[in-house]
Design a protein around this ligand. Structure first.
Ligand SMILES: NC(=O)c1ccc[n+]([C@@H]2O[C@H](COP(=O)([O-])OP(=O)(O)OC[C@H]3O[C@@H](n4cnc5c(N)ncnc54)[C@H](OP(=O)(O)O)[C@@H]3O)[C@@H](O)[C@H]2O)c1
Length: 211
């Protein structure tokens, strides 16, 4: 499978490395193509880097690793997204990271779907800190969960399989509109990690207390 990773920041570089390590073909796209090329060179193997449209064209699955304020610009640069699976990992946080800029009646994932109406948006990984993307960082007793919400069941299954291959425990979180609940979970995780002093090794988990 060819995965395009859009963005070369904390999450973009983390996912590009993770997917390359699990044997996927990774193409990195950035508004500055030279940054994407440098990251691909660092990763080595078959990883490639360049502009956003070029990366998207080659890919079956696209992981968007930019802040949601920049979705519009990134989607405009992406070209034709019809039928593509797009993974939205974002938390629509305010400048100070302490709150969300949208919610209740929409979510960043649903806003992304509006920008790319013919793509299959899947919400995932928004409750996972960048520091937990390398598999060596997840060597504890429990598998880190990722909550996966989508309207298209085939697209959801694709992301489930990718997450499991990367060593995460995917949790079916229902339709895309449930991103309205997953994004506040991401925000709570930021509070635990940064403002309540637990650090970026934490992640939320849904436990089954009874059969
Ligand atoms: N960091 C985490 O632990 C974490 C955890 C869960 C979810 N997330 C989500 O992951 C996404 C990315 O977070 P991050 O920490 O990887 O951010 P980051 O390190 O700041 O990287 C952001 C990336 O977006 C790119 N970008 C594209 N269009 C842009 C524009 N118009 N203006 C500015 N930047 C633009 C930047 O490119 P340039 O290099 O050219 O500036 C950069 O590669 C966010 O939606 C965030 O909510 C992050």
């Amino acid at each position: 499978m060819t995965i395009a990773v859009i963005g070369t920041g904390n999450m973009g570089s983390g996912f590009a490395k993770l997917f390359a390590s699990t044997g996927e073909k990774v193409v990195i796209g950035a508004r500055d193509p030279a940054k994407a090329s440098r990251l691909a060179q660092d990763i080595g193997g078959s990883a490639e880097g360049g502009g956003i449209a070029a990366a998207v064209k080659l890919a079956d699955v696209i992981l968007v690793a930019v802040w949601c304020q920049h979705f519009e610009e990134s989607i405009r640069a992406a070209g034709d997204l019809s039928g593509k699976v797009i993974i939205d990992i974002s938390n629509p946080v305010t400048e100070d990271f302490k709150s969300l800029r949208l919610g209740h009646t929409s979510s960043a994932a649903e806003e992304l779907q509006k920008l790319a109406p013919h793509a299959k948006i899947v919400k995932a990984f928004n409750t996972v800190f960048a520091q937990l993307l390398p598999s060596e960082a997840r060597s504890g007793r429990v598998r880190v969960q990722t909550f996966v919400a989508a309207d298209d069941e085939t697209a959801k299954k694709t992301v489930f399989d990718l997450a499991a291959k990367g060593g995460f425990e995917p949790v079916d979180s229902g339709p895309l509109s449930n991103a309205r609940f997953l994004e506040p979970m991401g925000e709570l995780n930021i509070h635990f990690g940064f403002f309540l002093g637990q650090g970026t090794g934490v992640a939320p988990a849904w436990v089954k207390a009874a059969a």
